[in-house]
Design a protein around this ligand. Structure first.
Ligand SMILES: Nc1ncnc2c1ncn2[C@@H]1O[C@H](COP(=O)(O)OP(=O)(O)OP(=O)(O)O)[C@@H](O)[C@H]1O
Ligand SMILES: [Mg+2]
Length: 112
């Protein structure tokens, strides 16, 4: 199993979520986060608010998937999260040792 963490532009969240739903992603966790990438110190305007620090609002997605499904999810993120501009985000992929569905006690792929 893999654990895919993606940091994306908030304006792209609806499109990314729809694409993941369509592909059959069964669950995910979403957080509102702040982050910074390579353009450190660059002041940008986001929805009318100027951020004087170099932190920008982003959406973080966390998705646990089977090994067989990981490349599909990464490809969806590449396509649906892209605007072609700076700040489009990053995708981090981890090996996932174990998953437990608390209600049933199922583990591994069965628990996804
Ligand atoms: N090396 C990193 N480690 C952890 N989080 C990162 C890293 N790089 C980027 N991020 C996260 O991803 C968000 C988006 O990064 P961003 O897309 O600006 O990366 P970038 O490398 O600057 O690429 P680009 O040049 O396309 O802007 C950041 O706000 C931050 O939350
Ligand atoms: Mg950047």
């Amino acid at each position: 199993m893999k654990f895919v963490t993606a940091v994306i532009k908030p304006m792209k969240f609806t499109e990314v979520k729809a694409a993941l739903d369509k592909a059959g992603v069964s669950g995910l966790t979403v957080s509102e986060v702040s982050g910074v990438g390579r353009q450190k110190g660059q002041t940008q305007v986001y929805r009318g608010a100027e951020y004087s620090s170099n932190m920008l609002p982003k959406i973080k997605l966390e998705i646990a998937v089977s090994d067989a499904f990981a490349d599909t999810v990464i490809a969806i993120l590449r396509e649906a999260a892209s605007t072609g501009e700076i700040g489009d985000g990053k995708v981090f992929v981890f090996d996932l040792a174990e998953v437990l569905r608390v209600r049933t006690g199922e583990q591994g792929d069965l628990a996804l």
